[in-house]
Write a protein that binds this ligand. Structure first.
Ligand code: SAH
Length: 511
């Protein structure tokens, strides 16, 4: 834990929706938090940045159904800070743009509690930007106002001065407007704004579900009804809406809005999920495999002893999981990288080599063909007759590697480390999306992800027939075909980046 003060509250703006739009200061506060009170509009992914044991409190703020009242929230902030906690109050957008951050800060000041405000990217500006609507634009708009649409504009006591605002600024951005579009448009038109002024609604801005409905001030309410617009949405009125047509082509992404199934283990899913998110897609994690570590302690001890005694010519790793599991066992036995001195290290492919690098070991041999047979062939080329080879790996792994090495006269010790099997309880929301046929693409990064997904989904595998199937390599593709999901896309090389690039190319061509 870093040296941030306990008994302190951070009012953190989480940004408009994309978790990547939080600030560094916001992330730092989350990483140090003992407790987080978060709103509905704060991206849930950000909570993953908190320490595992940090308390997470949903304070709701769903329209009409607050979980905690503002007074309760203020009181909770004071109480937990007084108890010496580092408290983060995480809010969508910027804490002071209709976020009631000012009231919370007042309560903290009154109670004599130190606080820090971490500004955030407000949806009012950033959300429009993501939709290709610049809030100001040279020659088009030199001023903007951000207004709440929460109040009924027809009430005489309304705080928002619609009549003055109607013509006071070039761009008008209205938050919380979805339920009152009719009244707002009427009030602006009555105030003198031309009903033909371009207007748009940006729904779920900066998320993979982002949608834009364009119309005119006079027509926006009807257009919203037709499109079934639901909060959260931004209403923007002004000539800048017309700029969108010219700038938006540069923002288009072939995978925007695609819901893509990620089937690898939760631990390995993040790089693929991040690469997909960067392309505007929505990754849905359905880990088809869970890794349950279980190794025979005697076999492990014997292999470690033989390594110490420099009896192995080679140790061959066939997956990043095997690297991590084996090195954890080595560590637990009180050994370190020196144990491998004098032994050649082979890795099946780039990902496994990287996993070794991360543990301070360089692979001596990475075959150009990334498969168990590829490793065997590369070792055979070096000559393994009479040599001892250690293969620490998963239970029920493909026998080809070991068969081939033994066939060439090697003495192979296989040590099984873990069982990769379908998880007992797959996430129900993702399963529901699969069953509803809402998946646009499914990614497979190994044969076992295919096999295990087939076991996991059973008859529901049929629901994936309409989806684009993307495989990381030819062997995975073969397995997918056997499972009845012939691939549309195969990566040019076995890497996450190549997989996403291939999927992107496919989507671009299909568009
Ligand atoms: N403090 C927030 C605003 C809170 S008021 C900010 O600075 O963005 C809540 C309103 O913000 C919603 O009703 C909606 O109008 C708008 N909003 C917030 N996030 C949004 C998003 N991702 N897409 C569209 N509108 C959003």
């Amino acid at each position: 834990m870093s040296g941030t003060t306990p008994g302190h509250v951070w009012l953190v703006g989480a940004g408009p929706g994309d978790p990547g739009l939080v600030t560094q200061a916001g992330l730092r506060a989350l990483r140090d938090a003992d407790m987080v009170l978060y709103d509905r509009l704060a991206p849930p992914e950000l909570l993953d940045a908190c320490p595992e044991d940090a308390e997470r409190i949903d304070v709701g703020k769903a329209p009409g159904g607050a979980v905690m009242t503002q007074e309760q929230i203020n009181a909770a902030l004071v109480e937990h800070a007084r108890a010496g906690k580092r408290v983060v109050r995480l809010k969508g957008g910027d804490p002071f743009v209709f976020g009631r951050g000012g009231e919370e800060l007042e309560a903290l000041a009154e109670a004599g509690i130190e606080a820090t405000v971490v500004p955030g990217v407000t949806s009012a500006i950033g959300g429009l930007a993501a939709a290709g609507i610049p809030v100001t634009h040279r020659g088009v708009a030199a001023s903007f106002a951000v207004v709440t649409g929460h109040e009924d504009p027809t009430k005489p006591a309304a705080q928002v001065r619609w009549a003055e605002l109607a013509t006071a600024t070039d761009t008008l951005v209205v938050l919380m407007a979805v339920g009152r579009l009719d009244g707002i448009a009427r009030a602006l038109i009555d105030g003198g704004r031309d009903p033909a002024t371009p207007a748009a609604l940006v729904v779920d801005a900066t998320t993979p579900r982002q949608r834009v409905v364009e119309s005119t001030l006079g027509g926006i309410s009807e257009a919203a009804r037709e499109a079934g617009v639901e909060p959260p949405a931004l209403l923007v009125v002004g000539e800048v809406v017309a700029v969108r047509e010219r700038v938006e082509p540069a923002l288009r992404r072939p995978l925007a809005g695609w819901r893509v199934l990620v089937t690898r283990t939760r631990r390995q899913a993040s790089t693929l999920a991040e690469a997909l998110t960067a392309e505007g897609a929505e990754p849905l994690l359905l880990p088809a495999i869970e890794v349950a570590r279980r190794a025979d302690p005697d076999a492990v001890r014997a292999a470690i002893d033989a390594l110490s005694a420099r009896e192995y010519a080679w140790v061959a790793f066939t997956s990043p999981n095997a690297v991590d599991a084996w090195l954890d066992l080595v560590r637990a036995a009180g050994q370190d990288a020196r144990l491998f001195a004098g032994t050649g290290i082979a890795a099946v492919g780039a990902a496994t080599a990287r996993a070794l690098e991360a543990r301070g070991l360089s692979a001596d041999l990475v075959p150009s063909r990334g498969s168990g047979e590829g490793v065997a062939d590369a070792l055979l080329e070096r000559g393994v007759d009479g040599a001892r080879v250690l293969v620490p790996r998963a239970e029920r792994a493909d026998p080809a590697l070991i068969d081939r090495l033994r066939g060439a006269g090697a003495k192979v010790d296989e040590v099984t480390l873990y069982l990769a099997a379908p998880p007992a309880a797959p996430p129900p929301d993702v399963l529901a999306a699969v069953r509803a046929g809402e998946i646009d693409a499914v990614t497979f990064t190994s044969r076992s992800t295919v096999r295990n997904l087939a076991t996991l989904l059973d008859a529901d595998l049929d629901s994936l027939r309409g989806a684009v199937v993307a495989c990381i390599g030819p062997q995975t593709a073969e397995a997918a075909t056997e499972a009845g999901l012939p691939p549309h896309v195969v990566a040019e090389e076995p890497s996450v980046d190549a997989l996403v690039a291939a999927l992107r190319r496919y989507a671009a061509e299909g568009a």
